[in-house]
Design a protein around this ligand. Structure first.
Ligand code: H79
Length: 432
């Protein structure tokens, strides 16, 4: 679509100077948004504030000297990063990306560069260090989100259409941003902290490059290359300089793509926790999105927004558990696959494949329980339901026709696994 292309251009196509294998193989990640906005939880002065929760300071026009008081109430009282990592891992997610600093400017780790950091909270340790250790312990890759262009604490990183009078304690018209100063004296020094203190970091996730110059974006790539040469950089660093492209938030491509892309998605309508957003997508919807992404050849990173004490909202846990139960039996139809090799989309669901194997993910019963695979240039040697091993009938006409068993439970999204004689190839024209 035009929208997808535009995001791909803005946010960057893959440069691939680093090894992308684990990221491509993994296909599935878990995003964590946690900051002062988690304390506000979508309300200001007792009133609900519309819009994504991590933007609440901006939407409710809260001056910095009021907003910072939230730090007292970020208790982390039940913070146990191993539980987060286990939540990701049992669902089958292979990587976690954590907000070290979002647009609000608050550092979720002790920073020497700014005192607007975790040391203002009652928590007296470094939660970032503890999260990284938990990820390593459980073999989950770890990524850092860092808002490199927007930092609402800094006059020099103002995004003028968004800031408002009183934000910095003076009129907006008196703010003369010097973005280079912010980058030199805050953002890059903080990047150095993040990239030198925590051992190996697998992914750096920048956001909203907006009006950065190409040189400025390049410095954010370079600091990663210098300090962590194996670390993947996401596309939102700007100017096609990342290792993979990006879609918009919650944006799904509508056909297979032949570049490295990642969809980031919310489970409700916010990234940061909002107590008044109970508009959750269903577990099946989220699982379908993961599968749809895989069928487009795209990674899927789904977000959780923990509360200020570190607990994860129950609907998010339920969603991750639901995905985990499916992945336990069907993960080979996701990991290491590439997208739908057919020219078609299908009314019954999605297709992934790798090597000699095709996976048909069945969201609903095919018409007459029949699936015709027109244009397949190899023959099928084995066809079964992946989770149960139940055999599926294949009749060869000029193309294979499968008859799926009666009474499959489509709420469980059964996967039909087709082993072929040779690597899967399709005719350019399925209808000849
Ligand atoms: O961290 C999540 C979002 O907070 C962040 N990206 C994901 C992963 C993000 N920040 N900005 N954007 C995405 C672009 C969206 C900007 C908008 Fe707006 C916020 C559109 C409406 C609200 C800024 C303020 C532009 C118009 C009003």
């Amino acid at each position: 679509s035009i929208l997808m292309l535009s995001w791909a251009f803005v946010y960057g196509q893959a440069q691939q100077s680093v090894d992308m294998d684990w990221w491509r193989e993994g296909r599935f990640g878990m995003f964590i948004h946690w900051g002062l906005y988690s304390v506000a939880a979508g309300e200001w002065n007792g009133k609900p504030v519309d819009g994504i929760g991590e933007w609440i300071q901006n939407f409710a026009k809260v001056p910095n000297n009021e907003y910072e008081k939230l730090a007292d109430k970020l208790t982390l009282a039940k913070y146990n990063p191993e539980e987060w990592v286990k939540l990701a891992k049992q669902a089958g997610a292979r990587y976690i990306v954590f907000t070290t600093k979002h647009h609000e400017g608050f550092c979720m780790y002790p920073s020497e560069v700014s005192d607007f950091d975790i040391e203002r909270t009652p928590y007296k340790r470094d939660p970032l260090k503890e999260l990284v250790e938990a990820c390593r312990k459980h073999g989950v890759k770890v990524g850092f989100y860092y808002s490199h262009r927007q930092d609402w604490r800094e006059e020099d990183a103002a995004v003028m259409q968004n800031e408002y009078d009183g934000h910095y304690g003076k009129p907006k018209s008196e703010v003369k941003p010097n973005l280079d100063r912010y980058i030199r004296e805050k953002a890059l020094p903080q990047m150095r902290e993040l990239l030198t203190r925590y051992g190996k970091i697998d992914l750096l996730w920048y956001d909203t490059p907006f009006d950065l110059t190409k040189e400025q974006s390049r410095t954010f790539v370079n600091v990663v290359r210098e300090l962590q040469p194996e670390c993947i950089v996401n596309g939102r660093v700007g100017y096609n300089l990342g290792d993979y492209g990006a879609l918009g938030d919650n944006e799904m491509p509508c056909s297979r793509v032949n570049m490295d892309l990642e969809m980031v998605a919310t489970m409700n309508h916010t990234w940061g926790y909002k107590k008044n957003d109970q508009n959750w997508k269903s577990p099946k919807d989220i699982l379908c999105s993961l599968i749809e992404c895989a069928s487009r050849g795209v990674n899927y990173m789904v977000n959780i927004g923990p509360k200020e004490d570190g607990t994860v909202p129950q609907p998010s846990i339920d969603i991750m558990d639901f995905i985990g139960r499916w992945m336990q039996k069907n993960s080979e139809a996701v990991y290491g696959t590439t997208g739908n090799p057919f020219n078609d989309n299908f009314p019954w669901g999605y297709v992934t494949h790798k090597g000699n194997v095709i996976y048909l993910h069945l969201l609903r019963e095919p018409l007459n329980r029949c699936i015709a695979l027109k244009g397949l240039l190899t023959s099928i040697t084995k066809a079964e339901i992946l989770a149960s091993g139940k055999k599926v009938t294949v009749t060869d006409q000029s193309y294979p026709v499968l008859t799926v068993p009666a009474h499959l439970n489509y709420d469980e999204i059964p996967v039909l696994k087709l082993v072929c004689k040779s690597p899967v190839r399709f005719s350019e024209d399925n209808y000849m």
